[in-house]
Ligand binder design. Structure first.
Ligand code: RIB
Length: 282
């Protein structure tokens, strides 16, 4: 029994609607909402805390059945407060405290898979491109990458921190890499997401450098554009659709029986998809 008097609606507050990763997560949410006969409100915080707060207020006034959120700040106290006032909340793609269900992907493993692949392909000077480090996923992907280097006992990982995870920042990282003397330039880059990797790839081509011959590139997420790139991108695939679907199912279970509900932290495993940007695959 879902709560009465409400709008028979779920909401997903997305962090960045310009990132196709979130479109795919939202498709999974929508599928679960459709199956339960609920409508879905999609809200875009655009990484803006104030806008996110305004949406949370509005959704509570609208008495939605529950809120899925990829928060700007995983520790935002407004999220716990909303749940405490009786609106079920599930945190998507960011770790949450024990007060909520959450659905995430093992980013330590993802970083490890990416860099192990580069080391196995013979690379020793590897750049990590991504940031800011305030994002837990970024930190975990770096730690996973470092773990792979430590285990191999060879290779060197240099972190090129970016201000955001977008195409423009990928292009800027490309300028920095191309500007290094050839003897110090990394031969491979592991990017914290595909948008960065696509920007990096574009900048390498613009500057007359070849991918993968001059720089092998691995992205993260495996969005549809990764395969469609001029040099198809090797990427660490996240189960985007399943993330969304599972999160929505957890939310619906909590909305139906809030009393007997036990919060769950679901963690999926990522998978490496090898393509031409690291010299293998189609
Ligand atoms: O912050 C956005 C990023 O986090 C996405 O590109 C995806 O990697 C997610 O985990």
């Amino acid at each position: 029994q879902l709560r009465g008097g409400g709008s028979r609606t779920l909401a997903y507050v997305v962090l960045d609607a310009t990132n196709p990763f979130f479109t795919d997560v939202a498709r999974g949410v929508q599928e679960a909402a459709d199956a339960a006969g609920l409508a879905l409100f999609l809200c875009n915080s655009g990484e803006d805390r104030e806008r996110q707060a305004a949406y949370l207020d509005l959704l509570e006034q609208q008495r939605v059945e529950g809120v899925l959120i990829t928060p700007v700040d995983a520790a935002d106290p407004r999220i716990g407060a909303l749940a405490a006032r009786g609106t079920p909340v599930v945190v998507v793609d960011r770790a949450a405290g024990p007060g909520h269900c959450s659905v995430t992907v093992d980013d330590l493993l993802g970083g490890d898979l990416a860099v192990t692949h580069l080391l196995d392909s013979g690379h020793r000077r590897i750049a990590f491109v991504g940031g800011p480090r305030t994002i837990g996923q970024v930190r975990d992907r770096i730690t996973g990458a470092e773990r792979a280097v430590a285990r191999a006992g060879t290779g060197e990982l240099t972190v090129l921190e970016t201000a955001r995870l977008d195409v423009a920042q990928g292009r800027r990282a490309g300028e920095r890499i191309a500007g290094l003397p050839a003897a110090r330039r990394p031969t491979a880059a592991f990017c914290a997401n595909d948008l960065l990797a696509l920007g990096l790839l574009q900048q390498m081509v613009r500057l007359g450098l070849r991918v993968p011959e001059d720089l092998a590139i691995v992205g993260y997420d495996d969005i549809e554009f990764a395969e469609a790139a001029a040099v198809p991108l090797t990427s660490v695939a996240q189960p985007r659709h399943r993330l969304g679907r599972t999160a929505a199912e957890l939310l619906l279970a909590e909305a139906r029986s809030p009393d007997g509900h036990e919060h769950q932290q679901v963690v999926f495993a990522p998978e490496l998809v090898v393509r031409a940007s690291t010299g293998l695959g189609p």
